[in-house]
Design a protein around this ligand. Sequence first.
Ligand code: ADP
Ligand code: MG
Length: 245
Amino acid sequence: MKLEFHGLSKQFDQGRVILQPMDFCDEVHTLAIIGPSGGGKSTLLRIIGGLLPPSSGTLAINGEELPKEEEELQRYRKKLGFVFQQGGLFRHLSARENIVLPLTKVHGYSEAEAGERADELLERFGLGADGHKKPAALSGGQQQRVAIARAIAAKPGILLLDEPTSALDPEYTTEVLDIVNELKEEGLDFIIVTHEMGFARHACEKAAFLCEGKLMEYGSSSEIFDAPKSEQLKNFLGRLLEWNM
Ligand code: ADP
Ligand code: MG
């Protein structure tokens, strides 16, 4: 994807600046956004996804500008897939219905087409026997796999993930990240906000370090992790490694 923004900023009503004006322009397939809590990562991802309007500036993905009108925004969002920290699955629907519903309601699939697509994805993500289960009957890892299946069901061009594994027990983290990595190998571009530094470093082509609302560093993952420049990034990485084996 080509991601471009100029003077992009966000402040909420009370006037607090959450994102300082940022400029960015690059062609990137897989991007990790890292940084301390409260630094503005989710806010930036939501702006990119057309879920939250910026306070100023412009943003374009593959040359298509972020629209302002709600109707056009809906069209813009349809080309993206979203996965959030807590999957955001509908609790009263089965795994299969969670995948089917957006396809029929938002993307204009027929019931039969949507069902076929849901079954294909459930099978593929090792959930072939679990389609009838409600989220509460699935493990956290299975729920996130359903959330990813739902996000990619309509074949979006880009997947946006906001800490998809941070609510999971460690043993489930790998199964979710493996799926994201597999999708990458099939050519799906993604932007992921993550605290899984191994994934950011080895599975993502580029990384952006966001701290206190500033885009402090950006580069190839190896540059970011092997040669951090700012004190803030050095500190951030140092703290993460403190208890590493
Ligand atoms: P991160 O994802 O990096 O932890 P966020 O983007 O969630 O950071 O939040 C950045 C800052 O913006 C935080 O201080 C948060 O409290 C604030 N914030 C987020 N959403 C809102 C909102 N709707 N209104 C006011 N402040 C908000
Ligand atoms: Mg966040």
